[in-house]
Structure formats: structure tokens, C-alpha cells
Write a protein that binds this ligand. Structure first.
Ligand code: TXA
Ligand code: MG
Length: 314
């Protein structure tokens, strides 16, 4: 049953497809994921093929609950403390259990696994119904904008992938990725869970991985999440021919189309709108100017995605 957007009634059928080694796009609170059985290498290869991802990078493995996660990775006391954010927009990179039922392609041969329990009822129901953890990168062709609605997924893959429609993603940017090694917590990717909230909860600092450091994640490539249009960042106002993506009060001189990430300058609302609005502006124009966004809290992830979207393309 290719190509269609599916509603919860079809969940058992989609779960059966996953068990049979097919890929299915599913909703999460961050962005839509392109899911496949994490224990089945053919299914994982289909994920790469569908995305057109040029090289194998480790994928996040989505679990329905902590019990499922515990079959795959080892939890230190510090990792357990961080797992309190689950279900939620946090991915923990933890040591792989020797007996984990995981394809080596999922981990790209690493001895660690990126694990996450998504906070979306349909994601959890789908994983439970499939009965297997789901490998799941964002459900977009490689390098393009991440999808926050079922119809964006459908357009991105030209109707060739079944999509479970769970409505618009609540958070709108990908999960925060943390590596936990011994007593050290390192943020590999800024995301929907702000670093300051994590630090407050665990009572210690979270280091930030150096760009181009030892652990490289594709989300850390300098050009990623890219629209077709050229992006100009930190723009106080649009220039002639540019569409404007505002944040807070838009400039009075703004002409042409203006979309506003958050008229009340709320970072949560801005994160939720970010990819959808970039998708819309991208369809309307070749040049987009984006207002300055504060770097605090969720602003770290928003500015990270904007920087990559604006970077020169390879
Ligand atoms: O919010 C999200 O995280 C979304 C939704 C669908 O869950 N998923 C997502 O997956 O953004 P993806 O594949 O686009 O990004 C996964 C990132 C990659 O940058 C990958 O390199 C990193 O996680 N990653 C996964 N496992 C890793 C590991 N063992 N060590 C280091 N990085 C890892
Ligand atoms: Mg992605």
C-alpha cells in the first residue's frame, strides 16, 4: 500500500509492514521519522536507499519504553538519571549490549547505540505493535529539510513511502543527542531539549562536542537541513526580492511575504514552526532572509539548524 498517508486505523497494517522488513514513516514529537526494524539489515538498507543517504551513519533507535531500551544498551546510573527525560526529545548514545538484537548497519559498526523513546502516542503504539525497536532517521531525502507533517514526508518521497499521520510535530526540531561516557555528558547535537534544562536536572555541566570532532554525526555536517533557496541569517529586515522569516515584532519596512516564527518571540513556538515555514518559503522564493534568533535555551538548536541550512552546499 505505497504512497498514501495513513491514519491510526491502519496502524496494525503498518506494523505488519515493519515486521516484514518494509519502511514506514511515523510521527514523533520532534520531526517525522523513517522507520524500519532495527534488527533487520535489509530494512535498515531500505532506509538508506529511500533517503538517498550517501554513506552509512549510525541511526537513532526508537524504543516504546525503558524495558525495550534495556535489551539494547547498558545504563550507567548517570544514563538512568538522563533517561528521566523519556519519553521525550532526547537521544542517549550508550554502550551496546553484546546480546542486542541490532543490525550492525544501524550502529555503523560502533560499539554504542543512539537510543530514544519518543513522546508521541502513535510512535509508541506503532513500535509496540511492530514488536521491534525502530531505526529512524528524519523522514526526508538526505540533506533536505526535516518534515514536521505527514504531507511534507509524502511530498519528499513522491508518495512512495507509507506515512502514519500523527498531526504536526509538537517540538519541530530534532532531539538533543548526548553521549554518556563515565562521568561525562557531551552534547553531540543541540536539539529540542535545551542544554540548560538538562544541566539543571542532573546538577552538572554538559560539554559540547567540538565541530569536526571524533564523533561525527551527519546532523553535524556543515550543510544539512537545507532548503533550495539561499538563506541570509541575522537579517534585521528583508532586501528587495527576499521573503522574510521574522521572529517577534516584524520590521515596519518589511515588504513582500513575511512569515513569523513567533510573533510573541517564544522559542518553543519558533522551533515548532521552523521547518514548516522554511518549507513554505522555499516553495515561494529563491532567497529567504531570517531574523536574528536569541541563542539561549531552545535558541541553540534553532540557530544550529539555520546555520546548516544556510551553509554552502557540497
Ligand atoms: O528527533 C530526532 O532525533 C529524529 C526523530 C525521527 O527521532 N531523528 C533523527 O535522526 O534526527 P537522524 O538519523 O537524522 O540523526 C541521528 C543522529 C545522526 O547525526 C547520527 O550520526 C547520530 O544521531 N548518532 C546515532 N547513533 C550514534 C552513535 N552511536 N554515536 C554517535 N552519533 C550517533
Ligand atoms: Mg535528519
Amino acid at each position: 500500500m505505497p504512497g498514501a498517508i495513513h491514519f491510526p486505523d491502519d496502524l496494525p497494517k503498518l506494523a505488519a509492514l515493519l515486521r516484514a522488513g518494509e519502511v514506514v514513516a511515523f510521527p514523533t514529537e520532534t520531526v517525522y521519522g523513517l522507520g524500519g526494524d532495527a534488527g533487520n539489515s535489509d530494512a535498515v538498507l531500505k532506509i538508506y536507499e529511500t533517503k538517498g543517504r550517501p554513506r552509512f551513519n549510525p541511526l537513532i533507535v526508537h524504543c516504546a519504553d525503558l524495558a525495550m531500551a534495556e535489551t539494547l544498551v547498558e545504563f550507567s546510573p548517570l544514563a538512568r538519571m538522563l533517561a528521566r527525560f523519556w519519553p521525550g526529545p532526547l537521544t542517549l548514545v550508550l554502550p551496546r549490549r553484546v546480546d542486542a538484537r541490532l543490525s550492525d548497519i544501524v550502529t555503523a559498526g560502533l560499539d554504542t547505540v543512539g537510543i530514544r523513546i519518543p513522546d508521541h502516542p502513535l510512535a509508541q503504539q506503532l513500535i509496540r505493535a511492530a514488536g521491534v525497536p525502530l531505526a529512524g532517521p528524519s523522514a526526508n531525502p538526505s540533506g533536505r529539510l526535516s518534515p514536521t507533517t505527514a504531507s511534507q514526508v509524502d511530498r519528499g518521497f513522491h508518495g512512495e513511502v507509507p506515512v502514519l499521520d500523527g498531526g504536526p510535530s509538537r517540538a519541530g526540531v530534532e532531539s538533543t543527542i548526548l553521549a554518556v561516557t563515565g562521568d561525562t555528558v557531551t552534547q553531540l547535537r543541540a536539539g529540542a531539549l535545551p542544554r540548560d534544562e538538562i544541566e539543571a536536572a542532573i546538577g552538572r555541566r554538559v560539554a559540547v562536542a567540538a565541530e569536526g570532532g571524533a564523533i561525527v554525526a551527519p546532523g553535524m555536517l556543515s550543510s544539512h537541513y537545507a532548503p533550495n533557496a539561499a538563506l541570509r541569517l541575522d537579517a534585521e529586515r528583508p532586501e528587495t526580492g527576499e521573503l522574510y522569516l521574522a521572529f517577534g515584532e516584524p520590521p515596519r519596512t518589511a515588504t513582500g511575504e513575511v512569515l513569523n516564527l513567533s510573533p510573541s518571540a517564544d522559542l518553543r513556538e519558533a522551533a515548532r514552526n521552523l521547518f514548516s515555514m522554511l518549507h513554505r518559503l522555499d516553495e515561494m522564493s529563491d532567497s529567504i532572509a531570517v531574523a536574528p534568533i536569541p541563542h539561549t535555551g531552545l535558541g541553540e538548536a534553532i540557530n544550529d539548524r539555520l546555520r546548516r541550512a544556510a551553509a554552502p552546499r557540497p
